[in-house]
Design a protein around this ligand. Structure first.
Ligand SMILES: Cc1ncc(COP(=O)(O)O)c(C=O)c1O
Length: 365
């Protein structure tokens, strides 16, 4: 088989990564962090790609954040020396993998997310035969893992202090509740969140670092950190999606570095075109208004319904589409799109510059 030379040679659906925009997004976030004296520890769950992690590190990222051990294992090849697994580890069956990661890295950190979880983590660390640095999770509004207030933090900190194989080294939050609505850098809820994180941390130890993390807030947090935040852990900023552009408005549409190239395969009714990308390409994630994807060129169609292998493109521009026409789409949520793909095509203008296998695809264990 002859390797595709240009976008026109690709079978669809295909995941296109614009190399120039990717590089600009990586450098833009790194510069913002550097200017503010904040470390960048990007979450790799978005790209799951060793070459992207390596570029983030080369640009100056201090370390990586992962959700799962499998992701952390896959990212060792990036040359990362510091990895934080920001998830509730509880399974003693993972002891050998934890020990191997701890031995392979200069700093391998895990998360203390609740009392029962911390006791399970202590058993896991004991079985691994390692003392693990832990970051305490603080829930700042997502309603997911983490202590809810200073009293909860004090209780969890004293439990961690009683665990021979754990050592409290800081606090983290994922302020993902800023998704879903337009965001402005002077949103009063951001300052309130930072103050509350500081207050919680100060009841335990004012010297411990704070690591918030989310692509909606990362630039604003770096800019207003004033020494309060040690690191940020955004993920989706490398590629961008409708959540960051259309919904929250923190990213310009022309900064979006990942597109789904799809083909119009049928026009079964007026105002409707079917494309060859459905939930097995876009995932089932949508914007709050119910969109799975919008065309990158701004034409007046939207993918507002999917089956597994079909996307329903409707809107005023649908009738003008031709069967066989190829359209590049911006997905609602990029992280779940990449996880469904075997490989991404790295595009330099119209040319295929490289094909990257998605190294940590499906590494959910
Ligand atoms: C714990 C944690 N940290 C960081 C992130 C990165 O967030 P984003 O993709 O908004 O940059 C996430 C996203 O789900 C997360 O769950």
């Amino acid at each position: 088989m002859i390797a595709p030379q240009t976008i026109d040679d690709l079978p669809t659906p295909a995941i296109l990564v614009d190399e120039e925009r990717l590089e600009r997004n990586i450098l833009g976030m790194q510069r913002a962090c550097d200017a503010a004296g904040v470390e960048l520890r990007p979450h790799i769950k978005t790209h799951k790609l060793v070459p992207v992690a390596a570029r983030q590190l080369a640009a100056g990222a201090r370390g990586l954040t992962c959700a799962k051990l499998g992701e952390a294992e896959a990212m060792l090849a990036s040359g990362a020396r510091e990895v934080f697994v920001a998830h509730s580890l509880v399974d003693p069956r993972q002891a050998r993998r934890v020990a191997r990661l701890a031995d392979s890295l200069d700093d391998f950190r895990v998360a203390a997310t609740g009392a029962e979880q911390t006791l399970a983590l202590e058993k896991l660390a004991e079985k691994a035969g390692r003392k693990l640095p832990v970051m305490m999770a603080v829930d700042t509004g997502l309603g997911r893992e983490g202590v809810r207030d200073a009293a909860g933090a004090e209780r969890l900190a004293s439990l961690i202090a009683r665990c021979a194989h754990l050592e409290l080294r800081g606090f983290y939050t994922h302020e993902g509740w800023f998704y879903g609505a337009p965001f402005s850098a002077d949103d009063a809820r951001l300052e309130a969140m930072l103050e509350s994180l500081c207050a919680i941390r100060d009841t335990i130890d004012p010297g411990l670092p704070l690591w918030p993390g989310c692509s909606v807030t990362a630039h604003a947090i770096a800019a207003r950190s004033a020494g309060r935040v040690r690191a940020v852990r955004p993920g989706a900023y490398v590629f961008g999606d409708l959540a960051l552009s259309l919904v929250t408005g923190v990213m310009c549409p022309d900064a979006i570095a990942l597109h789904v190239l799809a083909t119009v395969v049928d026009k079964p009714a007026p105002g409707l075109a079917l494309i060859d990308a459905g939930s097995k390409t876009f995932s089932s994630d949508r914007t709050p208004s119910g969109l799975f994807a919008l065309p990158a060129d701004g034409r007046d169609i939207a993918v507002s319904r999917v089956n597994e292998e079909h996307g329903y493109a409707s809107g005023a521009g649908a009738d003008a589409l031709r069967v066989g026409e190829r359209v590049a789409f911006v997905p609602a949520h990029v992280c779940t799109v990449v996880n469904l793909a075997d490989e991404v095509m790295v595009v330099r203008r119209h040319e295929i510059a490289a094909r990257w296998r998605v190294d940590a695809r499906g590494r959910s264990q």
